[in-house]
Unconditional design. Structure first.
Lengths: 596, 235
């Protein structure tokens, strides 16, 4: 039977469905691997397939006809033939009834009674009567021109829509390409950062962003929170850190000042290392800056509690003045937080105490790292049972060890200068002597296993000794600086006759040492002189009893290092050596002269 | 003091993974522990064998029945073999706590004088058994102490020496109590004064928060209360 297929004209509108839907309908699966060549091959293959299909159809039809004309031979065949015939008759009957219904429905419009009589019950229920009408149309003359035009229009419209789909596919392809390129660049950046040792992690709040951690987890909470920065991709695929992190790096700088002059300055880290990408430079700046800011913050906290130790703040700087009572020429240590962009290059000229300033800066940083380590250890130890007591956060000991070191150094310098003065006096009098200046005492074999060992050496109690030997009798001055038990340096004087005395300030030590040396000299005189002389060691006084002439002699030695004068006195005469007086006689000669 | 704890079991295959998870949660490395625990039965009721003068708090927990007490020492600590013994007395957990185990405990480090009571012939304590807990690890997370270990039972010695003084039993002789090699996991938080409700609330909130945090990786449960009973039966 003939089939009636109605094809609508192609029209543009409402078929502007999105590319996604069209692609889904195209049902090609993943479109990443489609290329022009593969599509063409497919088309070629399909064409062949279609052709072959139509061919096989024709063949089958011929065969069918042949088979049906053969006579039925067996009984079964007969029954089969009968059934087939019945089927055909049924189908024909069905067709006729449908045709009848159609005509009846048509009739109900114009002649309802006749139509209703012949319409079947089924159709009656489905469709209301009188709903199908008919018109007679005269067959239009075949308008060849119009048909050709329509044909052309149709072709053009088809081509236009194909062109449009091609264009959108192309646009999708370029966009995909772009995205792929951007993603590759992003992941390249991330990989490079990861390979350089930075830790890339997932950001806790945001789902599709990665971040880099550069902070220290054991810092104070406000610094630990700042230790993560998100990595954002900009429009052209480069990567930046969020919010301008790392753009204003800061560092702690140590200045050693004597009075107003700067005698030492620590190094500022370089702005950009060799072979480092801008992004990594940023991250490194962020980390260093965070560390130094934390260092400065902790030092500030410590300084507030330790004002008694000579630590004070002047403006933005933390100032350490060892021995604030001493001369204004003592070196003071100044810590300040400078911005790397704005710092003037003070490190241009090398100053005499630059290494010391650099060492102090390093020591401060190492002490902060050690404080972090201590925190971890404390955290891992079994905690005591919870109670109402709330522990205040202890200030980290960063300034204190440095202060101890500076104090000890200042003390050593002073002792050595004192000894030098004594030495010059003694040489002026040509008295035999031997001195040993004080110096920092380190254990013989320093085997530092790591940062912790170095720090424990820094935190120990500093001790030094200076000694002066006169005729095999030794006077020793011992310095001990520790901030654990008491503030400042403890001085111990061991005089030659075995007495040891402890002092708190250096002035007392000097005075006592002067006296001890004067006593030594007096004793020396007594030993050298012939009998009859009594020596009062405590007063450095030599007395000879009255002899027959009634002439008693009293001679005493005074040594004053403040003024720098050594003198041999009698009630009437006085011989002095020292900075102001220039006497060429030696001690023994003067003694001989006085004794007469 | 008062203790709140939760328990779990970790199969041997998951042990490494759990250690990693805990290291991440606590942001610190595990401390290895090797504990030896001796169990003693109180033979006589007196001032519970504690040398400290009974302050108001402690005598509020009168020992009305004889109970089992423990002596624990950590052999991996700083002193190694000469680590001091810690005395530990645990009470029966309080009833009516479905979410965690809550019990009063006492822990002191004992010196030589107090240890005398635990030796044989003194009439205060009778030695029952001992066990080793190794390999063990410990983490500390704020106030919570987290421990995982495997328990080994020690074979009966010939008893010439007091178990207090005997050398450490060789590990090859000891057998695992649980032959499958499962690890025993405990999370514990301690409060100095069990009567201070504010502290107790804080502590339990912290413990519950920890349980929620490791949910899915480690399932912390409350075992049966009477399994922790330390009272001596039949007295």
């Amino acid at each position: 039977m003939a089939s009636l297929i109605l094809r609508p004209w192609t029209h543009d509108s409402p078929d502007t469905s999105s590319l996604k839907d069209i692609l889904a309908r195209a049902q090609r699966g993943h479109f990443r691997d489609i290329t022009e060549v593969s599509l063409q091959e497919e088309i070629a293959g399909e064409g062949a397939f279609e052709l072959s299909e139509s061919e096989s159809d024709d063949e089958e039809e011929d065969k069918d006809e042949e088979q049906s004309s053969a006579k039925p031979s067996t009984r079964d065949d007969l029954f089969k033939a009968r059934l087939e015939m019945l089927r055909h008759v049924d189908a024909a009957h069905n067709d006729v009834m449908i045709a009848l219904d159609f005509v009846s429905l048509l009739l109900t419009h114009d002649a309802p009674e006749k139509g209703k009589a012949s319409i079947s019950a089924g159709l009656r229920q489905e469709v209301p009567i009188g709903t199908l009408g008919h018109d007679i149309w005269h067959k239009m003359p075949q308008d060849k021109a119009r048909e050709a035009q329509d044909e052309l229009l149709a072709t053009n419209v088809r081509m236009e829509s194909l062109q449009q789909s091609a264009d959108s596919l192309l646009a999708a392809a370029t966009r995909l390409d772009d995205n792929v390129r951007k993603e590759t660049r992003y992941w390249d950046h991330v990989l490079s950062i990861n390979e350089n040792g930075w830790n890339v992690c997932k950001l806790p709040g945001q789902q599709h962003r990665l971040g880099v951690t550069y902070g220290f987890s054991d810092s104070a909470p406000e610094f630990a929170r700042r230790g993560v920065a998100a990595l954002n991709a900009t429009a052209d695929g480069t990567m930046v850190l969020e919010r301008g992190v790392g753009s204003k790096p800061r560092a702690v700088r140590v200045l050693l000042k004597r009075g107003e002059a700067v005698v030492g300055c620590s190094l500022i880290p370089a702005l950009r290392n060799e072979g480092e990408v801008a992004l990594e430079a940023r991250i490194r700046h962020a980390r260093d800056s965070l560390f130094d800011e934390e260092l400065y913050h902790e030092m500030l906290r410590e300084s507030r509690g330790q004002a008694s130790l000579g630590i004070s703040t002047k403006g933005d700087c933390i100032v350490l003045t060892p021995n604030s009572g001493e001369s204004p020429l003592a070196t003071e240590v100044v810590f300040e937080l400078v911005s790397l962009d704005e710092v003037e290059d003070e490190a241009g000229e090398a100053r005499e105490q630059d290494p010391l300033a650099q060492a102090i800066a390093l020591a401060a940083r190492m002490l902060l790292s050690q404080a972090h380590r201590e925190k971890v250890k404390k955290r891992s130890a079994v905690p005591p049972p919870m109670s109402e007591r709330k522990d205040e956060r202890q200030s980290l000991p960063i300034l204190r060890p440095i202060m101890a070191f500076m104090l000890h150094k200042a003390a050593i310098d002073q002792i050595n200068s004192y000894q030098a003065r004594i030495e010059s006096l003694l040489s002026a009098t040509s008295i035999e002597h031997r001195t040993q200046p004080a110096a920092f005492a380190f254990p013989k074999d320093i085997e530092a296993g790591g940062g912790e060992d170095l720090i424990s050496m820094l935190m120990q109690c500093w001790t030094s000794e200076a000694s002066l030997v006169l005729d095999d009798r030794q006077t020793t001055m011992r310095l001990e600086t520790t901030l654990a038990t008491s503030f400042g340096t403890q001085y111990t004087l061991s005089s030659a006759d075995g007495r040891t005395t402890k002092f708190g300030t250096q002035d007392e030590l000097r005075a006592a040492c002067d006296d001890a040396l004067a006593s030594e000299l007096a004793l020396r005189l007594k030993r050298g002189a012939d009998g009859g002389w009594e020596c009062n060691v405590r007063e450095a006084l030599l007395v000879r009893a009255d002899d027959e002439q009634g002439k008693g002699r009293r001679v005493w030695v005074t040594l004053d290092s403040e003024t720098g004068v050594l003198s041999l006195n009698t009630p009437t005469k006085k011989v002095s050596w020292g900075s102001q007086v220039d006497v060429a006689t030696s001690f023994s000669e003067a003694w001989a002269g006085l004794v007469e | 003091m008062h203790e709140f704890s939760l328990y779990s079991q970790i199969p041997a295959t998951r042990h490494g993974q759990v250690l990693q998870i805990l290291a991440g949660v606590t942001a610190s490395q595990p401390t290895a522990t090797f504990e030896q625990t001796l169990i003693y039965q109180q033979a006589r009721l007196a001032e519970t064998g504690s040398k400290k003068a009974p302050a108001g708090r402690q005598s509020a927990v009168p020992a009305s029945r004889l109970s089992y007490h423990k002596l624990v020492r950590d052999l991996k600590g700083a002193e190694g073999e000469n680590a001091p013994w810690t005395f530990r007395a645990e009470d029966v957990p309080l009833p009516g706590m479905p979410s965690f185990v809550s019990r009063a405990t006492t822990e002191h480090v004992f010196g030589e004088a107090e240890l005398e009571k635990f030796r044989q012939g003194n009439g205060w304590y009778k030695y029952i058994n001992q066990y080793l807990a190794t390999p063990g690890h410990r983490f500390v997370h704020n106030n919570i102490i987290i421990r995982t270990r495997r328990i080994l039972s020690v074979p009966e010695g010939t008893g010439a020496l007091e178990p207090l003084d005997a050398p450490i039993p060789t590990l090859s002789d000891c057998n695992l109590i649980d032959p499958s090699g499962t690890y025993y996991f405990e999370a514990r938080i301690r409060v100095e004064d069990g009567g201070n409700s504010k502290l107790v609330e804080q502590a339990t909130a912290e413990l519950m928060a920890f349980k929620k945090q490791v949910e899915g990786a480690i399932d912390l449960r409350v075992p049966e209360r009477l399994a922790f009973d330390t009272r001596v039966k039949g007295t």
